[in-house]
Design a protein around this ligand. Sequence first.
Ligand code: NAP
Length: 246
Amino acid sequence: MINKGCAVVTGASRGIGASIAKILAKSGYSVVLNYSRSEKSVGEVLKTITANGGDGCIFKCDVSSRDEIDSMISFAVKSYGKIDVLVNNAGISQQKLFTDITQNDWNNMISVNLSGVFNCCQSVLPDMIRRKSGKIINISSVWGVYGASCEVHYSAVKAGVIGLTKALAKEVAPSGITVNAVAPGCILTDMLTNELDEDTISSLAVDTPLGRLGTPEDVAKAVLFLASDGADFITGQILGVDGGFC
Ligand code: NAP
């Protein structure tokens, strides 16, 4: 397998992030798998990667902590020499009426889902700018485009990720770095099943023009494309992987 360099994937222990880590490793990247709590699960993901001939390692940290992110980025650069691809996938969700959202809920949503992206981008960019090369892929959401009832804070931060992506893409394009986002629709992961009942999940599948929920692999394939040479002239774009939802 040709080594394509190093990819850092946040939130790689489960769901979409685990699929992204596996597909990038399968295509030849050495992958740094970040997680915050699910130690056993991230171990299983790495086991699958190495069993298939891929390379990777695990780094535990909370994306909302700038110090911890700086440590992870230093670790990745020390281990692999440079970071070629950063995938900002780690995220949390919460279903609540807008009037019930506490200040703590709001701050937590911003810290993980938006400041987490800021922290990782700002930490990785000095090295990418020096090398005039790198690809950043942020995971937004269909709700950041469309807006979701009872997920106003989630929708707001995911819209923030879209704004960050478009603006940062313009700023770092002269340094040869691309910044894009994927906006997944309804993807069958813990995030969906922990927050929504079966009837709501079924109706989301019916509301999706392609007539089904997405899989983590559907999103991972789009990320792999944005990480590839095929996407060298694509930047500042928001790629919907939503079965036609938006
Ligand atoms: P998931 O199954 O709940 O997985 C979330 C991942 O994020 C886990 O690996 C978790 O790690 C990690 N994470 C959470 N908080 C973290 C923190 N503070 N620091 C580091 N890692 C943290 O969710 P998912 O469905 O795969 O979602 C992945 C991304 O896709 C999220 O950004 C989400 O908003 C977005 N998305 C999902 C859907 C969907 O329908 N599922 C739709 C649109 C967008 P630990 O378990 O170790 O904490």
